[in-house]
Design a binder for this molecule. Structure first.
Ligand code: ATP
Ligand code: ZN
Length: 225
């Protein structure tokens, strides 16, 4: 049974945010042994438990109040927020700090030979994406009607496979797009990793610990800038 008096923090188990999240914990003085392939890692020197999960699960864990803190890409956080709102929920969380890693952009890309003169070129197109809500929010603003094709991986091959006319996917260098004969035509969302806290009551002890961690993080991040 987990001890609810200990601060519970969710981080990505393995992926683009894991190493930096781990480094951030270490630089805040949290001693954890993450060598084992365990779901939960216990800090040795502070009342903190680290939950290691898929990044997609982190916003929900925080919004449902299952964990106290989470480190997550804003792209995934915002998509889950819109997803829950679309289902009539009123999800809550608090952003404690935007972090200095995990930078990327969510962009629309099209085959090199496709004509693009602006968002209107996407009228009535089919767009493959893992971020249907962020895409819909953007194209609704542009008054563009489209159909989305939900893919949770291999989005960049969709046009070549005849599944879609365009894609909406994360980009950092653009190398993946280029390798798939695509060009970036529109940036719709810029993202970084963020530290978030669940809404609702927090014991004084936990809140004090959170404040202490935040102060340390502030110092660490400022020193890196
Ligand atoms: P998981 O197995 O945890 O679901 P994943 O494959 O969905 O992992 P990663 O590819 O590890 O996720 O990306 C995690 C996050 O890292 C992204 O949601 C985004 O916020 C950030 N990120 C930074 N740069 C990139 C990039 N070039 N491509 C994709 N994500 C990036
Ligand atoms: Zn994921």
């Amino acid at each position: 049974m987990l001890d609810r008096s200990r601060l519970r923090i969710a981080m990505q188990k393995s992926g683009r945010l894991s190493e930096e999240s781990q480094k951030l914990f270490a630089s805040c003085g949290i001693k954890i042994n993450l060598q084992q392939q365990r779901l939960i890692a216990f800090a040795e020197n502070m009342p903190i438990d680290i939950l290691r999960v898929r990044d997609d699960d982190i916003p929900g864990l925080v919004m449902d109040g299952v964990v106290d803190l989470g480190i997550i890409g804003e792209n995934v956080l915002e998509e889950e927020l819109l997803n829950r709102r679309a289902q009539g929920e009123d999800p809550r969380y608090i952003t404690l700090r935007r972090l200095d890693f995990g930078g990327c952009r969510l962009s629309i890309a099209m085959p090199l030979d496709a004509e693009y003169t602006g968002p209107q070129s996407l009228q009535n197109s089919r767009i493959a994406t893992s971020y249907p809500h962020l895409l819909k929010r953007y194209l609704d603003e542009q008054k563009v009607r489209f159909k989305s094709c939900l893919l949770n991986g291999s989005v960049e091959v969709a046009p070549r496979a005849g599944l879609s006319d365009a894609i909406c996917d994360l980009v950092s260098t653009g190398a993946t797009l280029e390798a798939n004969g695509l060009r970036e035509v529109e940036v719709i969302y810029r993202s970084k990793a963020s530290l978030i806290q669940r809404d609702g009551e927090m014991s004084d002890d936990k809140q004090e610990l959170i404040n202490k961690l935040l102060t340390r993080m502030q110092g660490v991040i400022q020193a890196r800038e």
